[in-house]
Design a protein around this ligand. Structure first.
Ligand code: ADP
Ligand code: MG
Length: 267
């Protein structure tokens, strides 16, 4: 019997913001881990040549990566690796990916490579619930590939000065991708990261974001929490490194909020 609450295929979400250091990778890893805790099957696609999501999830072997997937047409199932967390897999990345932009310049389908790769028939065998794409800190061809492949874009917004600057550029890119390639691309939401409730600036950023962006801003805020920043050096999500930390709890709340939107009930 088919389950009507489950859309056909996984929900594909690009985690994007062209600013570096705003919490994209942290959000991709920990949201993935929180979704898995709730019984979802999740694939993380590391689309940043820095490979931080891969390191943060404990990948050691990186022979077949997103580079091979996009540039060499490697089959999806050959580049997926299991992590030590049951239900959580990753397509890792290395610095090789940094030359993909240039190498793909004459490829007519260059913006659709990830889209096509994630829709291979072999995918059916995996029945992922979510695919989270960790984007690089730029609005380059890789990020465009993520937006063309995705159903929605999740935007981490650091609760710092100038946070909202650059957001209009990101929105413009989303509009361009909608016009050119992916008319149904939605904004999944904007999540405030590294929030410090004792800091007036954080509160001001939150107010500005909610005033300007309304319901697009998730209720859940991710607090600045040292356990979150320590976890990657232990090659695990904060949910596993320190399950009771404020950061872990916040990412669980974010996963619950996301799943509620998609009518998925936590297991
Ligand atoms: P991006 O992927 O956007 O470049 P990262 O997720 O790598 O950003 O985060 C940048 C830095 O901030 C990293 O060192 C990360 O550990 C740290 N960081 C991210 N979120 C938090 C948080 N909630 N609390 C404390 N440190 C954080
Ligand atoms: Mg990153």
């Amino acid at each position: 019997m088919s389950d009507l609450s489950r859309p056909a295929g996984p929900r594909i979400i690009a985690v994007a913001n062209q600013k570096g250091g705003v919490g994209k990778t942290t959000t991709a890893i920990n949201l993935a881990a929180a979704l898995v805790e709730s019984g979802q099957r999740v694939l993380v696609v590391d689309l940043d040549p820095q490979g931080n999501a891969s390191t943060g999830l404990g990948v050691d072997e990186r022979e077949l990566t997103t580079y091979e997937l996009l540039v060499d047409d490697a089959p999806l199932n050959s580049v997926i690796q299991k992590t030590s967390i049951d239900g959580l897999s990753i397509v890792p990345a290395t610095v090789d990916l940094s030359s993909a932009d240039i190498e793909l310049i004459s490829n007519e389908k260059r913006s659709f490579l990830l889209h096509d790769a994630l829709r291979q028939t072999a995918m059916d065998a995996y029945s992922w619930d979510y695919i989270l794409i960790d984007c690089p800190p730029s609005l380059n061809l890789l990020t465009v590939n993520a937006m063309v492949a995705a159903h929605s874009v999740l935007v981490p917004l650091q609760s710092e000065f100038f946070a909202l600057e650059g957001l209009s550029q990101l929105m413009l890119t989303i509009r361009e991708v909608r016009q050119a390639a992916n008319p149904n691309l939605r904004i999944e939401g904007i999540v405030l990261t590294m929030y410090d409730r004792r800091n007036n600036l954080s509160q001001q950023v939150e107010k500005d974001a909610r005033d300007n962006l309304g319901d697009l801003v998730f209720e859940t805020k991710i607090p600045r929490n040292v356990r979150v920043s320590e976890a990657p050096s232990f090659a695990m999500p904060v949910l596993n490194y320190d399950p009771n930390s404020l950061g872990a709890m916040a990412y669980r709340d974010l996963a619950a909020e996301l799943m509620k939107k998609h009518n998925k009930i936590a297991a």
